[in-house]
Design a protein around this ligand. Structure first.
Ligand SMILES: [Fe+2]
Ligand SMILES: [Fe+2]
Length: 190
């Protein structure tokens, strides 16, 4: 499949599931991720696909995600057990593989850890993680927004570390997922 075909298929998947807002969000993330990819000399097509697919599991409810994950035998984190929505990053990866034939590990890994990051994250993982946070899709603008946006130009690691620290310091995580705990340890010791 050519990339432009895949992009149309991805967009149609959101639209046919009435996920117009999610499509708007992932397109926003794609724009930010492309900006970052140019800044850090990454493959533009890869970040575009990762960004467009990162929330594709929005076509499922959290309950459906949980059912899907247990049926597939995924090892479920305590945070995912309590908040099924936290599974959405891992399920988006599976949908990207199975429904859109994505096999590139830079793309798949970045989708899989876009909410929590993880230890030894790649530059693609960090770009999608931060692009998602900069493309804020809730009401209002978070207080760290401008700082994060300027920080990311200097250092992706520092931007990721700052964002995660902010989440921990302000108790914004419903229940920390093991991956974000490990990502934070990793970045703090870098
Ligand atoms: Fe997400
Ligand atoms: Fe997102």
């Amino acid at each position: 499949m050519e990339n432009y075909d895949v992009i149309d298929l991805i967009k149609n998947k959101y639209l046919s599931n009435h996920k117009e807002n999610t499509l708007r969000h992932v397109e926003d993330v794609a724009d930010t991720a492309v900006w970052l990819a140019k800044l850090y000399n990454l493959d533009i097509e890869k970040v575009k696909l990762a960004a467009l697919l990162h929330d594709i599991s929005a076509i499922m409810t959290p309950q459906e995600m949980y059912k899907f994950a247990t049926a597939r035998g995924l090892k479920i984190d305590a945070a995912e057990e309590k908040y099924h929505f936290l599974l959405h990053q891992r399920i988006s990866k599976i949908i990207a593989q199975e429904d859109f034939d994505i096999s590139d590990s830079d793309i798949l890994d970045a989708i899989e850890c876009h909410t929590t990051l993880k230890k030894n994250a790649s530059i693609y993982d960090k770009v999608i993680f931060i692009a998602d946070k900069i493309s804020w899709d809730q009401k209002g603008v978070p207080p760290y927004y401008d700082f994060l946006k300027s920080k990311v130009v200097e250092s992706l690691d520092e931007a990721c570390c700052f964002y995660i620290k902010y989440q921990f310091d302000n108790n914004l995580l419903l229940m920390p997922h093991q991956w974000i705990i490990e990502a934070y340890e990793d970045l703090r010791n870098a």
